[in-house]
Design a protein. Structure first.
Length: 289
């Protein structure tokens, strides 16, 4: 990333103490094979903080672990916030460390989104504000654990998110008045094959299990959209807005799925022919406003 934060926003498990395997809670479901309370170490976490079934997580019923992204918060909390301390050797810090991890993860996620917004040429009028938000958020990640625990995260997210919405609107301004607006919509399982979603607002939409094969997602805002099990085979996401690695990892794709240059094609996707860019096709189906 041009801002120099790129490496710090990618998880480095070698420099973490297994925080994502302990801090969050999860319930037995299609994503996790067991129930686990917050602060309880996963039974698959080994003494060296490595996952004992890392290479077989999907086969063992833990696909949710394969799509989790801390955006580099794990190593930040371990190495910076707590100076390399270990919650096992120093159990007195465990509770605060786990709580702070959740906060820093949110801050790092915001850093990632703001960095992506700075990549958008159309958002240039906002670049000064975006860089100010980036700097302010990065400063917060450097705070003492007590200050992080007291942070009004909801307020900060609200302010930064408002800026990201404006950046998205600028990026999609030339799409036209007929662009689909399904922000937060329930589109679970919908048949959206070859749908015209150019410039669509799909922020926070539930697209779990949706069939998006061949859909045109050029300049579609996918911030926070739930793509678990969504079928993206043959879909070009190279010009989608705010697509995350976790969204790709949670979806179904193939060698014909166009992936943004800053992201990695998931290893579990089957290979196929080289992805091709797709032009909007006349007469494509649209989903209602």
């Amino acid at each position: 990333m041009d801002d120099g934060l790129g490496a710090g926003l990618r998880a480095d498990c070698e420099r973490c103490v297994g925080l994502c395997c302990v801090a969050p809670a999860f319930s037995a479901s299609a994503d996790f094979a067991i129930d686990k309370d917050a602060g309880q170490p996963c039974p698959n976490l080994q003494a060296d903080f490595r996952c004992g079934i890392h290479t077989h997580l999907r086969q063992q019923g833990f696909p949710g672990c394969t799509v989790y992204d801390c955006f580099g918060a794990g190593q930040k909390v371990t190495q910076v916030t707590f100076g390399g301390q270990d919650w096992r050797r120093t159990p007195g810090i465990a509770g605060q460390m786990f709580a702070v991890f959740g906060i820093v993860r949110q801050l790092h996620e915001l850093l990632w989104y703001v960095s992506e917004a700075l990549r958008l040429p159309a958002a240039r009028p906002l670049h000064a504000e975006l860089r100010a938000a980036l700097d302010a958020t990065e400063r917060l990640t450097q705070h003492h654990p007590d200050a992080l625990a007291a942070l009004d995260m909801a307020s900060h997210r609200r302010d930064v998110n408002a800026l990201l919405v404006r950046a998205s609107e600028l990026a999609r301004v030339g799409v036209g008045p007929d662009a689909v607006d399904r922000r937060g919509a329930d589109l679970m399982g919908r048949d959206l094959r070859r749908a015209d979603l150019v410039g669509a607002n799909l922020r926070g939409a539930s697209l779990i299990g949706a069939d998006l094969r061949g859909a045109d997602l050029t300049l579609a805002d996918l911030t926070g959209a739930d793509l678990r099990g969504a079928d993206l085979r043959g879909t070009d996401l190279t010009r989608g807005l705010f697509v995350t690695q976790a969204q790709l990892d949670a979806a179904k794709g193939d060698g014909d799925t166009g992936v943004p240059a800053s992201l990695t094609r998931p290893a579990h996707w089957p290979s196929g022919s080289r992805p091709r860019s797709r032009r909007p096709a006349a007469g494509r189906p649209r989903i209602g406003h």
